[in-house]
Design a protein around this ligand. Sequence first.
Ligand code: SF4
Length: 250
Amino acid sequence: MDVRGGTAGETADGTAGKAPDVRDAPGPVLRVSQVLGPITALGPGRRLGVWVQGCPLACAGCMSRHTWDPRGGRDVGVERLVGLWHRGLADGYDGLTVSGGEPLEQPEALAALLDAADRVRRGAGRADADLLVYTGWEEAEIAASPRATAALDRADAVITGRYRAGEPTPLVWRGSANQRLIPRTPLGRRRYSPHLRRTADRPELQVRVTDGAVHIVGVPRPGELSALERDLAGRGVTFRENTWRPEKTS
Ligand code: SF4
């Protein structure tokens, strides 16, 4: 069996593959790599996951290299994404996770998404559902940028900092020890304070196989993706290409 390996998933409406190119809705548009729901490995509970497209930070060892090129992915209207969020809330989702790629490369669209997601959760009587954003920016970089600060205004929590492959951590939801989980609102403090120092022997990963592609959601530790490849190879499954190495495997 010959498959592609990736680090995101299928669309939240159950359609396998990349996020749909939806430019018909008026209003702000986000360049998106993938949308998946429910995810359970990037934040507490069952969540909608939105991976934005485009990241210039080029961390060595990044597992999501396919999200670096800002010309990749698809344009998706914020209205469409918020529609998926609304459906997720109706299905009992506990939160929204925005990852990437680098969300702060699209500060106005990110602000629009979080603002609309906030309004929708309140309108749906689900003000308990939290908004979490992953960014490679450091806290000082965010503080120095009014656009980035404004973009995160509605975020209940952020996970900040470049990924450093040489600094693995057992802390949940973080890829390296320098990364910080920062609650920003009363809801964020309630929900994330128990997890600030929580560790796990092994990180939680979601693995989905759809249309010849293996999708991995979560924050694997160094070497785990290679170990997964070796394990699958032993079962007769080889990767034609993957997103955590720059070169194709064949
Ligand atoms: S910030 Fe994230 S997506 Fe960007 S290079 Fe670093 S690990 Fe990869």
